[in-house]
Design a protein around this ligand. Structure first.
Ligand code: FES
Length: 152
């Protein structure tokens, strides 16, 4: 059972720059920041709904719909692009049967682009749920995506 939203708001509302940590905490607890959460968050931080919505929509990291049971992320930042992440993303899309930013109809998997996983020296990088993978080649992709089969 996730921490109630009001409790999370209380934990962060008096913190300098507390909105970002709150949004991270909400996404960690619920998997996404639901549109109906914007109003109580705005009230808790004495902000307008537009301000809160602006922050959520500015950062790709924040989801506004529930993710699939497995979340596959492919790094699209510079170092990974230089090492073939465009082709890697195309291969992942083909194997999962969805495009970037989509969730499969059965709810098994979501595919998200991300912009740096901190593994630039070992590009291209991917993350499946909380597990990081470096130097992902097409040959390694089936093993990397095996978690998706478990979640299906
Ligand atoms: S650019 Fe991909 S991990 Fe940093």
């Amino acid at each position: 059972m996730p921490e109630p939203l009001d409790t999370l708001i209380q934990q962060h509302r008096n913190e300098a720059g507390g909105l970002m940590p709150l949004l991270h905490a909400v996404q960690a607890a619920y998997g996404f920041v639901a549109p109906e959460m914007v109003e109580p968050i705005a009230k808790g931080f004495n902000l307008s709904r537009a301000e809160v919505h602006g922050v959520i929509s500015y950062y790709h990291h924040f989801r506004t719909t529930p993710p699939g049971r497995t979340v596959v992320q492919v790094c699209r930042a510079e170092a990974c692009k230089a090492c073939g992440s465009d082709g890697l993303m195309a291969e992942v899309e083909q194997r999962l049967g969805i495009k970037a930013h989509e969730t499969r109809a059965d709810g098994a998997v979501s595919l998200e682009p991300v912009y740096c996983l901190g593994l630039c020296a070992q590009s291209p990088a991917m993350q499946v749920n909380d597990r990081l993978f470096a130097r992902v080649t097409p040959e390694r992709l089936p093993a990397v995506l095996s978690a998706v089969e478990v979640a299906a």
